[in-house]
Design a protein around this ligand. Structure first.
Ligand code: A2P
Length: 277
Protein backbone atom coordinates (compact mmCIF):
# COMPACT_ATOMS: atom_id res chain seq x y z
CA UNK A 1 0.00 0.00 0.00
CA UNK A 2 1.34 3.44 -0.74
CA UNK A 3 1.00 6.46 1.44
CA UNK A 4 -1.71 7.96 -0.69
CA UNK A 5 -3.92 4.94 -0.30
CA UNK A 6 -3.87 5.37 3.45
CA UNK A 7 -5.11 8.95 3.44
CA UNK A 8 -8.55 9.65 2.07
CA UNK A 9 -8.73 13.35 2.82
CA UNK A 10 -5.30 14.60 1.88
CA UNK A 11 -4.66 18.32 2.28
CA UNK A 12 -2.72 20.08 -0.49
CA UNK A 13 1.08 20.10 -0.04
CA UNK A 14 2.46 22.99 2.01
CA UNK A 15 6.06 24.19 2.34
CA UNK A 16 8.33 22.10 4.58
CA UNK A 17 9.31 25.10 6.70
CA UNK A 18 7.46 25.15 9.97
CA UNK A 19 7.37 27.65 12.80
CA UNK A 20 10.12 25.96 14.76
CA UNK A 21 9.17 26.82 18.32
CA UNK A 22 5.48 26.17 17.77
CA UNK A 23 6.00 22.46 17.02
CA UNK A 24 4.99 20.04 19.75
CA UNK A 25 7.52 17.23 20.31
CA UNK A 26 9.96 19.00 17.96
CA UNK A 27 13.30 17.39 17.08
CA UNK A 28 16.04 18.89 14.93
CA UNK A 29 17.27 17.28 11.71
CA UNK A 30 21.04 16.68 11.82
CA UNK A 31 21.72 14.86 8.55
CA UNK A 32 19.89 13.93 5.32
CA UNK A 33 21.07 11.45 2.66
CA UNK A 34 19.27 10.99 -0.65
CA UNK A 35 19.87 7.45 -1.94
CA UNK A 36 17.73 7.56 -5.08
CA UNK A 37 14.99 9.82 -6.42
CA UNK A 38 12.58 7.65 -4.38
CA UNK A 39 14.52 6.97 -1.17
CA UNK A 40 16.20 9.03 1.55
CA UNK A 41 17.40 8.61 5.11
CA UNK A 42 17.75 11.24 7.82
CA UNK A 43 18.92 11.64 11.37
CA UNK A 44 17.34 13.78 14.08
CA UNK A 45 18.10 14.66 17.68
CA UNK A 46 16.81 12.16 20.23
CA UNK A 47 14.42 13.22 22.98
CA UNK A 48 16.14 12.72 26.33
CA UNK A 49 13.23 10.72 27.66
CA UNK A 50 12.99 8.34 24.68
CA UNK A 51 13.81 4.71 25.45
CA UNK A 52 13.03 2.10 22.81
CA UNK A 53 13.79 -1.47 21.88
CA UNK A 54 15.61 -1.93 18.59
CA UNK A 55 13.03 -2.75 15.89
CA UNK A 56 10.27 -0.49 17.25
CA UNK A 57 8.64 2.45 15.46
CA UNK A 58 7.46 5.93 16.40
CA UNK A 59 5.09 8.45 14.81
CA UNK A 60 6.87 11.29 13.04
CA UNK A 61 5.72 14.08 10.79
CA UNK A 62 5.25 17.73 9.97
CA UNK A 63 2.42 20.19 10.57
CA UNK A 64 0.10 20.95 7.66
CA UNK A 65 -0.55 24.51 6.61
CA UNK A 66 -3.11 24.89 9.38
CA UNK A 67 -0.61 23.62 11.96
CA UNK A 68 -2.29 20.21 12.32
CA UNK A 69 0.30 17.41 12.53
CA UNK A 70 0.49 14.92 9.64
CA UNK A 71 2.05 11.87 11.28
CA UNK A 72 3.11 8.46 9.97
CA UNK A 73 4.65 5.39 11.57
CA UNK A 74 8.40 5.13 10.95
CA UNK A 75 10.65 2.34 12.15
CA UNK A 76 13.67 3.65 14.01
CA UNK A 77 16.65 2.56 11.90
CA UNK A 78 19.29 3.45 14.48
CA UNK A 79 20.15 1.17 17.39
CA UNK A 80 18.82 1.83 20.89
CA UNK A 81 22.21 3.03 22.16
CA UNK A 82 22.64 5.75 19.50
CA UNK A 83 22.54 9.41 20.62
CA UNK A 84 20.48 10.35 17.56
CA UNK A 85 17.58 8.70 15.75
CA UNK A 86 17.78 7.57 12.13
CA UNK A 87 14.90 6.96 9.71
CA UNK A 88 14.69 5.59 6.18
CA UNK A 89 11.86 6.76 3.95
CA UNK A 90 10.33 6.51 0.54
CA UNK A 91 9.38 9.73 -1.31
CA UNK A 92 5.82 9.65 -2.58
CA UNK A 93 5.48 12.65 -4.97
CA UNK A 94 1.88 13.39 -3.97
CA UNK A 95 2.04 11.86 -0.47
CA UNK A 96 0.76 14.32 2.15
CA UNK A 97 3.81 13.80 4.37
CA UNK A 98 6.70 12.48 2.27
CA UNK A 99 6.19 15.01 -0.56
CA UNK A 100 7.32 17.59 2.03
CA UNK A 101 9.45 15.50 4.36
CA UNK A 102 11.82 14.74 1.48
CA UNK A 103 12.85 18.43 1.44
CA UNK A 104 14.01 18.59 5.08
CA UNK A 105 17.54 19.82 5.66
CA UNK A 106 19.87 19.88 8.67
CA UNK A 107 18.56 22.46 11.16
CA UNK A 108 14.89 21.93 10.23
CA UNK A 109 12.48 20.58 12.80
CA UNK A 110 10.12 17.63 12.60
CA UNK A 111 7.50 16.29 15.01
CA UNK A 112 8.41 13.07 16.81
CA UNK A 113 6.02 11.49 19.30
CA UNK A 114 8.23 9.74 21.85
CA UNK A 115 6.04 6.63 22.24
CA UNK A 116 7.82 3.67 20.64
CA UNK A 117 5.83 0.51 19.84
CA UNK A 118 6.11 -2.48 17.53
CA UNK A 119 6.27 -6.23 17.15
CA UNK A 120 9.73 -6.63 15.59
CA UNK A 121 11.49 -7.03 18.91
CA UNK A 122 13.84 -9.74 20.12
CA UNK A 123 11.66 -10.28 23.20
CA UNK A 124 8.89 -11.69 20.99
CA UNK A 125 11.12 -14.54 19.78
CA UNK A 126 12.03 -17.74 21.59
CA UNK A 127 15.75 -18.42 21.90
CA UNK A 128 17.20 -19.92 18.71
CA UNK A 129 20.39 -20.27 16.68
CA UNK A 130 19.73 -18.55 13.34
CA UNK A 131 17.85 -15.28 12.96
CA UNK A 132 16.41 -14.32 9.55
CA UNK A 133 15.68 -10.69 8.64
CA UNK A 134 13.33 -10.74 5.62
CA UNK A 135 12.63 -7.33 4.06
CA UNK A 136 11.46 -5.61 0.91
CA UNK A 137 12.06 -1.94 0.14
CA UNK A 138 12.09 0.36 3.18
CA UNK A 139 11.25 -2.66 5.33
CA UNK A 140 15.00 -2.93 5.92
CA UNK A 141 14.78 0.00 8.41
CA UNK A 142 13.98 -1.92 11.62
CA UNK A 143 16.72 -4.40 10.75
CA UNK A 144 19.20 -1.55 10.37
CA UNK A 145 18.50 -0.96 14.05
CA UNK A 146 18.57 -4.60 15.15
CA UNK A 147 21.76 -5.37 13.20
CA UNK A 148 23.59 -2.69 15.21
CA UNK A 149 22.29 -3.89 18.56
CA UNK A 150 24.72 -6.11 20.51
CA UNK A 151 21.75 -8.00 21.96
CA UNK A 152 20.97 -9.46 18.53
CA UNK A 153 24.46 -10.96 18.40
CA UNK A 154 24.32 -12.13 22.00
CA UNK A 155 21.07 -14.00 21.42
CA UNK A 156 21.81 -15.59 18.02
CA UNK A 157 24.78 -17.39 16.51
CA UNK A 158 24.04 -16.35 12.94
CA UNK A 159 22.00 -13.61 11.24
CA UNK A 160 20.83 -13.93 7.63
CA UNK A 161 19.57 -10.78 5.90
CA UNK A 162 17.43 -11.21 2.78
CA UNK A 163 16.51 -7.87 1.19
CA UNK A 164 14.73 -7.51 -2.12
CA UNK A 165 14.03 -4.35 -4.08
CA UNK A 166 12.92 -3.69 -7.60
CA UNK A 167 16.14 -1.86 -8.54
CA UNK A 168 19.79 -2.31 -7.58
CA UNK A 169 20.18 1.31 -6.36
CA UNK A 170 17.36 0.71 -3.87
CA UNK A 171 19.53 -1.86 -2.07
CA UNK A 172 22.31 0.65 -1.42
CA UNK A 173 21.27 1.94 2.03
CA UNK A 174 21.15 -1.62 3.36
CA UNK A 175 24.30 -2.70 1.54
CA UNK A 176 26.43 0.12 2.95
CA UNK A 177 25.11 -0.44 6.44
CA UNK A 178 25.66 -4.20 6.36
CA UNK A 179 29.07 -4.06 4.71
CA UNK A 180 30.16 -1.48 7.29
CA UNK A 181 29.20 -3.62 10.30
CA UNK A 182 32.52 -5.49 10.62
CA UNK A 183 34.23 -2.08 11.05
CA UNK A 184 31.74 -0.93 13.68
CA UNK A 185 33.66 -0.20 16.91
CA UNK A 186 30.90 -1.58 19.13
CA UNK A 187 29.78 -4.74 17.35
CA UNK A 188 32.39 -5.30 14.62
CA UNK A 189 34.04 -8.20 16.42
CA UNK A 190 30.73 -9.83 17.34
CA UNK A 191 29.58 -9.78 13.72
CA UNK A 192 32.69 -11.37 12.20
CA UNK A 193 31.81 -14.58 10.36
CA UNK A 194 28.23 -14.60 11.67
CA UNK A 195 26.38 -12.39 9.17
CA UNK A 196 25.08 -13.65 5.81
CA UNK A 197 23.77 -10.98 3.41
CA UNK A 198 21.50 -12.10 0.55
CA UNK A 199 20.24 -9.12 -1.48
CA UNK A 200 18.31 -9.39 -4.74
CA UNK A 201 16.79 -7.09 -7.35
CA UNK A 202 13.66 -8.16 -9.19
CA UNK A 203 13.38 -5.68 -12.04
CA UNK A 204 16.96 -5.05 -13.09
CA UNK A 205 19.97 -7.27 -13.82
CA UNK A 206 21.92 -7.99 -10.62
CA UNK A 207 24.12 -10.79 -9.26
CA UNK A 208 20.91 -12.21 -7.84
CA UNK A 209 17.35 -11.78 -9.10
CA UNK A 210 13.97 -12.99 -7.93
CA UNK A 211 11.75 -12.62 -4.91
CA UNK A 212 12.59 -13.67 -1.34
CA UNK A 213 9.51 -15.88 -1.30
CA UNK A 214 10.70 -17.80 -4.37
CA UNK A 215 14.24 -18.22 -2.98
CA UNK A 216 12.79 -19.63 0.27
CA UNK A 217 10.09 -21.81 -1.32
CA UNK A 218 12.43 -23.32 -3.92
CA UNK A 219 15.23 -23.85 -1.39
CA UNK A 220 17.61 -21.78 -3.53
CA UNK A 221 18.73 -19.59 -0.64
CA UNK A 222 19.70 -22.62 1.46
CA UNK A 223 21.65 -24.12 -1.44
CA UNK A 224 23.35 -20.78 -2.24
CA UNK A 225 24.41 -20.25 1.38
CA UNK A 226 25.18 -23.92 2.03
CA UNK A 227 22.86 -24.11 5.04
CA UNK A 228 20.05 -26.46 6.10
CA UNK A 229 16.41 -25.48 5.43
CA UNK A 230 14.17 -23.70 7.96
CA UNK A 231 13.80 -25.64 11.18
CA UNK A 232 11.44 -24.43 13.93
CA UNK A 233 13.82 -25.80 16.55
CA UNK A 234 16.66 -23.48 15.52
CA UNK A 235 15.37 -20.74 13.18
CA UNK A 236 13.69 -17.46 14.07
CA UNK A 237 12.50 -14.82 11.60
CA UNK A 238 11.49 -11.18 11.49
CA UNK A 239 9.52 -9.99 8.46
CA UNK A 240 8.97 -6.41 7.26
CA UNK A 241 7.63 -5.41 3.86
CA UNK A 242 4.43 -4.79 1.95
CA UNK A 243 1.23 -6.47 3.07
CA UNK A 244 1.34 -8.98 0.22
CA UNK A 245 4.96 -9.83 0.95
CA UNK A 246 4.27 -10.30 4.66
CA UNK A 247 1.35 -12.64 3.97
CA UNK A 248 3.31 -14.72 1.46
CA UNK A 249 6.31 -15.05 3.81
CA UNK A 250 4.07 -15.94 6.74
CA UNK A 251 2.61 -18.82 4.73
CA UNK A 252 6.11 -20.14 4.02
CA UNK A 253 7.20 -19.84 7.66
CA UNK A 254 4.02 -21.49 8.93
CA UNK A 255 4.47 -24.32 6.43
CA UNK A 256 7.94 -24.82 7.92
CA UNK A 257 6.32 -25.27 11.35
CA UNK A 258 7.06 -21.79 12.70
CA UNK A 259 4.47 -19.81 14.71
CA UNK A 260 3.94 -16.07 15.07
CA UNK A 261 5.21 -14.68 18.37
CA UNK A 262 4.31 -11.69 20.52
CA UNK A 263 5.82 -10.01 23.56
CA UNK A 264 3.39 -11.84 25.80
CA UNK A 265 3.89 -15.14 23.97
CA UNK A 266 7.30 -15.42 22.26
CA UNK A 267 7.48 -17.87 19.33
CA UNK A 268 9.42 -18.41 16.09
CA UNK A 269 8.67 -15.35 13.93
CA UNK A 270 7.26 -11.81 14.01
CA UNK A 271 5.88 -9.56 11.26
CA UNK A 272 5.34 -5.84 10.71
CA UNK A 273 4.16 -3.91 7.68
CA UNK A 274 6.61 -1.36 6.34
CA UNK A 275 5.36 2.24 6.53
CA UNK A 276 5.10 2.36 2.76
CA UNK A 277 5.76 -0.66 0.63
P1 A2P B 1 8.55 -7.73 -7.88
O1 A2P B 1 9.38 -6.72 -8.61
O2 A2P B 1 8.66 -9.11 -8.45
O3 A2P B 1 7.11 -7.28 -7.69
P2 A2P B 1 7.10 -3.11 -4.09
O4 A2P B 1 7.86 -1.86 -4.44
O5 A2P B 1 6.02 -3.48 -5.05
O6 A2P B 1 6.63 -3.15 -2.66
O7 A2P B 1 8.17 -4.29 -4.20
C1 A2P B 1 9.40 -4.27 -3.53
C2 A2P B 1 10.06 -5.60 -3.76
O8 A2P B 1 9.27 -6.62 -3.13
C3 A2P B 1 10.14 -5.96 -5.24
O9 A2P B 1 11.39 -6.57 -5.46
C4 A2P B 1 8.99 -6.93 -5.40
O10 A2P B 1 9.20 -7.88 -6.41
C5 A2P B 1 8.96 -7.62 -4.07
N1 A2P B 1 7.62 -8.12 -3.74
C6 A2P B 1 6.45 -7.46 -3.86
N2 A2P B 1 5.42 -8.23 -3.45
C7 A2P B 1 5.93 -9.41 -3.09
C8 A2P B 1 5.38 -10.63 -2.58
N3 A2P B 1 4.06 -10.77 -2.40
N4 A2P B 1 6.23 -11.64 -2.31
C9 A2P B 1 7.55 -11.50 -2.50
N5 A2P B 1 8.14 -10.39 -2.97
C10 A2P B 1 7.35 -9.34 -3.27
Amino acid sequence: MNERARVTDAPPPAPAEAPARALPDAQTVTEVTHWTDRLFSFRVTRPRSLRFRSGEFVMIGLPDERGKPILRAYSIASPSWDEELEFYSIKVPDGPLTSRLQHIRPGDQIILRPKPVGTLVLDALRPGRRLWFLATGTGIAPFASLLRDPETWERFEEVIVMHTCRRVAELEYGRQLIEGLPQDPLIGEMVAGRLRYYPSATQEPFVRGGRITDALASGKVFADLGIPPLDPATDRAMVCGSLAFNLDVKAILEAAGMREGANSDPAEYVVEKAFVG
